[in-house]
Each structure stands twice: as structure tokens, then as C-alpha cells.
Design a protein around this ligand. Structure first.
Ligand code: NCD
Length: 307
């Protein structure tokens, strides 16, 4: 694997290899007081975040540090980007310093792909506009595997703002590759026009979808990408599409609740459901570190070991 730009690029073999590595790394670090592996000693990883982030950025940094890489964080504010430097010039500057891997989050769809054409370093897409967020899909799959076992034939309902969600796009691609059946539930205004070509079923009734779901993934309503009224009010959104306690009670006993974060409690998901035992939201965050370690390992270390 040279870059990780899109979950749609991952075949089942590669995706499962990444998930297996993440699982092994998790086991290896379990209960250890000193969480430090020497694997990426001497390698330099740069995170470039042009959009806000708490968990993605921190978990890439922790993942790199737990593997002994030197991790440098660059953000748009506080860097020469705020003086008007282009993405390409910033990328070439970082490449000239000997960066081995660039982790990029950018508001433009396709930014990570462009970056991979400009620099010799490995590139990981940490979210490009409304397009993809492949490590989120991998950590979601890791969490579902942990709770449910194999994803083959499992029914995953994704509910909410599919239109603006790179998390949804990456999850649809990866879950399909891993053999799960994906059902989308959203207001018609929050579904992309091309959605009928996706490998999913589509509905608008969350109550009807829940009893047959092995997992439900609630998406954040992404106001920052909305220009205009996509639904009447937060209250009406919550009534139609929020995962409330009575709604969650319609899920089968074993079903898992996911949310990529950040959550808008009371709107997309009630506090009681988010904090319930069927919610795997903090496991998603923990698995995010191991999955990102696995990605860095497969990009930077595995070929070296093979040779
Ligand atoms: C997501 C993102 O930024 O795409 N957050 C994350 O990485 N966990 C989801 C979101 O912001 O809605």
C-alpha cells in the first residue's frame, strides 16, 4: 500500500489485513504501562489539518508516537497557509524537510489525492471535504468486528446527514467490501443525488429500520457545510431522525450504536443512548488509535520488513 486515500480503494484482503494488524497492536499494548513500540523510529510523520479536529488529529499523533515516529503537527491557522501559501507549496516545503508520511485533512474533496501526486511521501486522507474519511471507516469496522464478530451479512443502518458526510461515503464503501448490508435513513434533502447508484438500500423511516439492524451509525448534522434550510428545525430533525431512548429500545438486544463524533446530544442521539452499554462510541475512539497505528505500519514499516 502506497497511500490511503479512499476506503473504496481497499479490497477485502487489504482491509482485513489492516484490521487484523490493528487488533494485534491492541492486544500487544493491552495493560502495558509503557506504550511504546520501536517500529517507526527515525520516521517523520506530519499531520496537516486545514479543518477542526479533536479525535482524528490526536489519534494519528498518538498512533505515531506509540510507534516511536517523530510526529509534527501543522495546522492552517498559525502556519504560512494563513499568509496565503497554496496547498502545493506547503506540501513541497514539508516534503523538502524529509517527511515520510503526510496525514491531510482538507475542506476540498480530492485534496489528499492531489497531494499524493505532488510529494514522494506516503499520504493518508484524514477527511477531504464531503468525499472520504477512510480511517474512520476502518475504526468503525474494527469496532463492529469487536462487538459483532464477522461483518458478513450484518445489517448496518446509517442515519442522518448522508449528503455532507465523508464518514458515510467511506463506510458505505468499506462495509460493502466487508460483506455487510448497508441501509441509509435520511430526510430526502440530506441524501446525495447519486445515492441510488450506491450499494445500499434507502429509507426515511428510522423506526421501521431499527428492529432489523445489527448496528446503527448516527451521523453528525454538518451545519458548517449547509447553505440553506435542509430541515425545518433541530427539534423536528430530532423527532424524525434522532436516536432517542424509546427508539433505541426497538433495536435487537445485540445491536451496537456508533457515532463518529463530535456528537450533538439531544439532536442526533439522546444522552441516555450515547451513554448506554450498547453505544460503542468511546471504543470507536480507542480503536481509532490502533487502526491508525496499523495504517502507519502498513505504509511505512511492512515493506521494509518484507525486503
Ligand atoms: C468526522 C469528520 O470530521 O469527518 N469526525 C471525525 O473525524 N470523527 C465527522 C464529523 O465531523 O461529523
Amino acid at each position: 500500500m502506497r497511500h490511503l486515500l479512499s476506503a473504496a480503494d481497499l479490497d477485502a484482503g487489504t482491509a482485513n489485513a489492516l484490521l487484523d494488524t490493528a487488533e494485534r497492536l491492541k492486544e500487544a499494548l493491552l495493560g502495558r504501562e509503557v506504550r511504546k513500540l520501536p517500529t517507526l523510529r527515525g520516521r517523520t510523520v506530519v499531520t496537516m489539518f486545514y479543518e477542526s479536529s479533536t479525535r482524528t488529529r490526536a489519534s494519528f499523533e498518538i498512533a505515531g508516537k506509540w510507534m516511536s515516529a517523530d510526529v509534527v503537527n501543522v495546522s492552517a491557522s498559525g502556519s504560512a497557509v494563513s499568509k496565503g501559501e497554496s496547498l502545493r507549496d506547503t506540501a513541497l516545503t514539508l516534503a523538502a524537510m524529509g517527511t515520510d508520511c503526510v496525514i491531510l485533512r482538507h475542506p476540498a474533496s480530492g485534496a489528499a489525492h492531489r497531494m499524493s501526486e505532488w510529494v514522494g511521501a506516503h499520504v493518508v486522507n484524514a477527511g477531504d471535504g464531503m468525499h472520504e474519511h477512510p480511517t474512520q471507516a476502518l475504526l468503525d469496522a474494527a469496532t463492529l468486528r469487536e462487538r459483532l464478530g464477522s461483518l458478513e451479512g450484518r445489517r448496518v443502518t446509517i442515519v442522518g446527514d448522508v449528503l455532507h458526510s465523508r464518514v458515510a461515503r467511506s463506510n458505505v464503501a468499506l462495509l460493502h467490501t466487508l460483506g455487510a448490508r448497508v441501509h441509509l435513513v435520511a430526510p430526502p434533502t440530506l441524501l446525495p443525488t447519486g445515492v441510488t447508484a450506491w450499494p445500499v438500500t434507502i429509507g426515511h423511516d428510522l423506526d421501521a429500520a431499527l428492529p432489523g439492524s445489527d448496528a446503527v451509525m448516527t451521523l453528525r448534522v454538518q451545519e458548517e457545510r449547509m447553505h440553506g434550510g435542509f430541515f425545518p428545525s433541530a427539534r423536528e430533525y430530532a423527532i424524525g431522525y434522532g436516536l432517542s431512548e424509546p427508539r433505541a429500545a426497538r433495536l435487537p438486544e445485540h445491536a451496537v450504536v456508533l457515532h463518529p463524533g463530535p456528537m450533538l446530544r439531544g439532536m442526533e442521539i439522546s444522552a441516555a443512548v450515547a451513554d448506554s452499554s450498547r453505544a460503542a462510541i468511546t471504543s470507536q475512539v480507542s480503536n481509532g488509535v490502533h487502526v491508525r497505528m496499523a495504517v502507519l505500519y502498513h505504509l511505512l514499516a511492512s515493506q521494509e520488513e518484507e525486503s
